[in-house]
Ligand binder design. Structure first.
Ligand code: DQA
Length: 148
């Protein structure tokens, strides 16, 4: 059975009320519930973690190796643009990962155009709102839990 980990970084716990014109009105719980249903409907399982602390995110990524996670979907929030440590953790576990962003990071401040993660990602989906998570999960499902 395929197993996926969804990692959300700082301030994404505020989804729903945080800058809704940029990030939409769905809460993180709404998004995770939809992802769980999608995964379960395809015979896969999904675990989600959110933290505002870089070390928690790194520990979650490291733990994914022991937990035999097949793929990671990650929105590292602002750590995307700053964290060599999260990039190193993803490189260390060698688990395929999909980078997502709710907003179009390329249409915003120039510092958001650079990601420390993208070069290692299977793919990057940005700017489509909460559906980015489902699109990334769909890609992971097709690769790791194809219909029989
Ligand atoms: C974000 C984009 C980042 O630049 C920002 O710091 C976030 C959210 C997004 O989902 O659009 O926290 O990752």
């Amino acid at each position: 059975m395929a197993h996926f980990l969804v990692v959300n970084g700082p301030n994404l716990n505020l989804l729903g009320s945080r800058e809704p014109t940029l990030y939409g009105t769905d809460t993180l719980a709404d998004i995770i519930t939809r992802l769980e249903h999608l995964a379960n409907s395809r015979g896969a399982t999904l675990t989600a973690v959110q933290s505002n602390a870089e070390h928690d995110l790194i520990n979650a990524i490291q733990g994914a190796k022991t937990a035999k996670v097949d793929a990671i979907i990650i929105n590292a929030g602002a750590f995307t643009h700053t964290s060599i440590a999260i990039r190193d953790a993803l490189a260390a576990v060698t688990i395929p990962f999909y980078e997502v962003h709710l907003s179009n990071v390329y249409a915003r401040e120039s510092f958001r155009s650079h990601s420390y993660l993208s070069a290692l990602a299977v793919g990057v989906i940005a700017g489509l709102g909460p559906i980015v998570y489902e699109l990334a999960l769909e890609a992971a499902l097709r690769r790791f839990a194809p219909a029989r």
